[in-house]
Design a protein around this ligand. Structure first.
Ligand code: CA2
Length: 143
């Protein structure tokens, strides 16, 4: 089983700024956690981060036939991007939406999630562990 882990804009700054919201662990720490968990549960992972909306669209499109499922944190594009939603709907791969912070408890503009409509599950506010929970969910639902 092969999972694509996609991260949107500014998530490369994890641990560098706003530790009160996103914690002190870095993006490298997140990648290490995901890789260790993948090994534990016996899945392959490809972890990517981009600041570009079109790159996320292309990565989702190209996942068809290459990956069995997608864990996605589109970051700010969660709240704006119909293009990412359309790509996710087009490929119809099992997908889980993850947010590190407790999004509903933040600003009103973060309450909208376009990608949610294409996701089997949404995990918010569980910190970096949310990614691991998403991997567990996909592993369980697909085996
Ligand atoms: O909570 C999440 O995971 C978010 O997807 C993070 C996005 C935000 O726009 C969403 O509303 C919720 C922001 C990612 C930026 O991450 C940073 C990390 C450290 C320092 C600055 C930004």
């Amino acid at each position: 089983m092969k999972l694509l882990i996609l991260n949107g804009p500014n998530l490369n700054l994890l641990g560098v700024r706003e530790p009160d919201i996103y914690g002190r662990q870095t993006y490298a720490d997140l990648c290490a956690m995901i890789r260790a968990h993948a090994k534990e549960i016996g899945v392959e992972v490809d972890i990517r981060q981009t600041n570009y909306e079109g790159k996320l669209v292309e990565d989702i499109q190209n996942a068809l036939g290459r990956f069995d499922g997608i864990v996605i944190n589109p970051a700010a594009y969660t709240h704006t991007s119909v293009a990412i939603l359309d790509a996710a709907k087009a490929v119809r791969l099992p997908m889980v939406e993850v947010h590190i912070s407790d999004v509903p408890a933040r600003e009103d503009f973060r309450r909208v999630s376009y990608i949610r409509a294409a996701c089997a599950k949404t995990i918010t506010g569980h910190g970096l562990n949310g990614y691991l929970e998403a991997m567990d969910f996909l592993k369980k639902t697909m085996s």
